[in-house]
Design a protein. Structure first.
Lengths: 389, 324
């Protein structure tokens, strides 16, 4: 009796595997000829899922909207999206899969700088346009012919902050950066650009991504008497720093990076958040932007559509993939199903109003953003954002 | 004895011949890339299986040796412009030194304590990759690793790299089959079954355990170098604790104490997520389900389990036909 039962379960397991295989077999066959196939690779699960998930959602939302309006020149867009889990090996495998098996026209993603740098050699060799959603400057400098990116770079964020500080008469600054890829890249830019603006960095301290107390670093900084502190990190560390500064009664201004530009940070830091100044993409302050801002209608529409469909608050990250697909759709309209022509057409886009800024691509600029439009400087006043520059 | 040896070489030769034909039939770069990763994983798992399956010593830090190989190769070639082949040899030397330093004290431990020690080692190495920014590039990774070349031929096509990876992996399989069938192999299995008994029958267990630990570390180091030169970019997240666990899973699913099981384990666990990708968000659930089913019904691993099913089938048929 018992043996028969085990056997039944075994058969069931085999059947399950068999269905899996046939299922994958079927999926390959449905290829209506008229669709434009676009690939997406995002870190949908894993430690960077806060990037990948909104990116995938935004891309699906936009594809739906484009198809509802009749597609690109009558061709519907078909998305093939894979998960990298933020892992370089997975990213390489999935990129090869998109190019060789799914035969996509272009790819949006990956979400992280590391995974993007891992797939760059593949798309360069296969000659497939790639629009990355990752921040690192290394992706588009030096310019690679098939690689583009939509997010603002750290270079711009640092320049924006330094520029603002210039008007405040600051000379001596202390920097406090987090020990991950975001903090490392920010620290490098802070150190590099300081001399361009004539600042002296008197303290260069670091903290771990999970640290819960930064009083040692702050005590050390206090003895060095800087005129401002710049913190470059992602939650929750920067909120701890804001609170520790209150406790130690350090009265100098605190600047933060765009890494904490979310309501979550204000919740975490509470009362201590007030007075903090930071650069951010316009999406967070869309409703308080002046009506003359050319990006305002695009931003408001994206936020409304996203929140209506997914019933969760919009984050700044989904916009990277939204911009990526918008740019591709525009290029496709003129180029048709030809990878080389799509690449050329992206370089010809010189006035695309997107979420992260106004894109002006050229053969020597594959990011297309500038710091004046991509970032605004905001100050936290009474638990809300106030645009100050 | 000679017949048996012939049989073993026949296995390796047949498998090699089969592999040699693959790139002639398969031209799709995606499938070739998957098979290159299977090759790299096989190399790792064959080494780990010698340690875990045969000698019965668990290592939860094997990703560290893989990473040491990858980072030594990567740093020497990308930052210091050394030629890749000598860099690979230096990676092996460094790995041997580290394996000895870790192995000599750690392998005095057994069971959970050994697992904890190797786990700690893996995490320490991972943190070093992450924090030694000036050397490793830190969390943002190391870029600009050159591709391997033989003479003037640069191995930048998946097809040529396929031959290289599987050539080395086949060599490693052959060496491992030889080790397993030798006096040393029998001694290792004796340690697995009972260390005091092995010691009582004159086996120098301490030295043998360190020896097999170092051998499996060398396999991992070479696999790491091959990985670095194939992807041309490495970052710490590829060598974290989860990867060590994945390797252990490959050993267990493929079958402990079976060299061919290692090949099966690596192939199954590398391909399965690719096949399951059609289920989108549910792939992880189904992946877990399949692993559970395998481990519940084939606790000895796929290779042994499949053989058992076949034996059972033959046995039943034998009974059914018997009386007639």
């Amino acid at each position: 009796m018992k043996r028969g039962k085990v056997r039944k379960i075994q058969i069931l397991a085999v059947l399950l595997l068999a269905t899996t295989l046939t299922w994958s077999g079927c999926a390959k066959k449905e290829e209506p000829k008229a669709t434009y196939k676009i690939g997406g690779i995002f870190a949908i699960t894993g430690p960077a899922s806060f990037l990948g998930e909104p990116e995938r959602n935004s891309m699906e939302l936009l594809a739906e909207q484009i198809n509802a309006q009749g597609g690109v020149n009558g061709h519907p867009i078909e998305l093939v999206i894979y998960d990298t889990e933020g892992d370089a090996t997975k990213a390489v495998l999935n990129t090869n899969k998109l190019i060789e098996k799914d035969n996509v026209l272009a790819i949006v993603g990956p979400s992280r700088s590391g995974t993007t740098l891992a797939v760059v050699p593949i798309v360069e060799r296969a000659q497939v346009p790639l629009i990355s959603c990752a921040a690192s400057v290394k992706i588009t400098t030096p310019v690679k012919s098939w690689v583009f990116k939509t997010p603002q770079t750290d270079v711009m964020a640092v320049a924006k902050i330094y520029e603002y500080m210039k008007g405040q008469g600051v000379q001596k600054i202390a920097i406090l950066t987090v020990g991950n890829a975001f903090g490392a890249s920010g620290r490098q830019q802070l150190l590099q650009q300081a001399s361009d603006y004539g600042y002296e960095i008197v303290a260069d301290e670091r903290f771990g991504p999970k640290d819960t107390d930064m009083t040692p670093q702050l005590t050390k900084i206090r003895t060095l008497k800087p005129e401002a502190i710049i913190c470059w990190g992602t939650n929750p560390g920067p909120a701890v720093i804001a609170k520790n500064m209150r406790q130690l009664a350090i009265k100098i201004p605190l600047y933060q990076s765009h890494g904490v530009a979310s309501k979550k940070f204000i919740q975490l830091a509470g009362e201590a958040a007030n007075g903090i100044i930071l650069p951010t993409g316009k999406i967070l302050v869309a409703d308080v932007l002046p009506d003359t801002d050319p990006q305002k209608p695009t931003l408001l529409k994206y936020i409304a559509d996203y929140e209506a469909k997914y019933k969760i608050a919009v984050s700044g990250f989904g916009g990277y993939a939204w911009d990526g697909l918008q740019i591709l759709a525009q290029a496709l309209e003129k180029a048709g199903a030809d990878r080389a022509k799509i690449r050329d057409q992206i370089e010809n886009i010189t006035d695309h109003v997107g979420i992260s800024g106004i894109f002006r691509f050229s053969s020597h600029d594959h990011n297309g953003l500038n710091k004046e439009e991509a970032f605004v400087v905001v100050k936290i006043v009474n638990g809300d954002w106030q645009v100050i520059q | 004895m000679i017949r048996f040896l012939k049989y073993k070489w026949f296995q390796v030769g047949g498998f090699g011949l089969l592999l040699a034909l693959v790139p002639l039939v398969v031209t799709n770069r995606y499938y070739l890339t998957v098979m290159i990763f299977i090759g790299i994983h096989t190399l790792l798992v064959v080494g780990l299986n010698l340690l875990m399956g045969y000698a019965g010593q668990i290592s939860l830090g094997h990703a560290a040796f893989f990473g040491l190989g990858a980072y030594t190769s990567g740093i020497l070639t990308a930052t210091y412009k050394l030629s890749p082949w000598p860099a690979m040899v230096m990676a092996v030397v460094l790995t041997v030194v580290v394996a000895l330093m870790v192995g000599v004290p750690a392998l005095k431990l057994t069971g959970y304590y050994l697992a904890m020690a190797t786990l700690g080692f893996g995490i320490i190495v991972y943190i070093c990759f992450k924090e030694l920014v000036w050397l490793t590039g830190g969390p943002s990774g190391l870029v600009g690793i050159p591709r391997l070349s033989i003479g003037n031929m640069v191995l930048d096509e998946p097809r040529t790299y396929f031959y290289l990876v599987w050539g080395i992996t086949l060599g490693a399989i052959a060496v491992s089959l030889n080790i397993v069938d030798s006096r040393v192999g029998r001694a290792l299995r004796a340690i697995h079954d009972s260390e005091p008994a092995a010691r009582a029958s004159g086996i120098y267990t301490a030295r043998l355990k360190i020896w097999v630990f170092v051998v499996s570390a060398i396999y991992a180091s070479v696999a790491g170098s091959l990985y670095a030169h194939f992807i041309t970019f490495i970052s710490p997240s590829s060598f974290d604790f989860m990867f060590s666990i994945k390797l252990v899973t490959m050993v267990v699913v493929g079958g402990m104490a079976s060299i061919w099981g290692a090949v099966f384990g690596a192939a199954t666990l590398t391909m399965l997520p690719e096949v399951l990708a059609v289920f989108h968000d549910f792939d992880i659930v189904i992946f877990g389900l399949i692993l559970m089913v395998v481990l519940i019904f084939m606790p000895q691993g796929l290779t042994r389990g499949a053989l058992d099913l076949w034996e059972k089938y033959r046995f039943r048929r034998g009974i059914a036909e018997g009386p007639i």
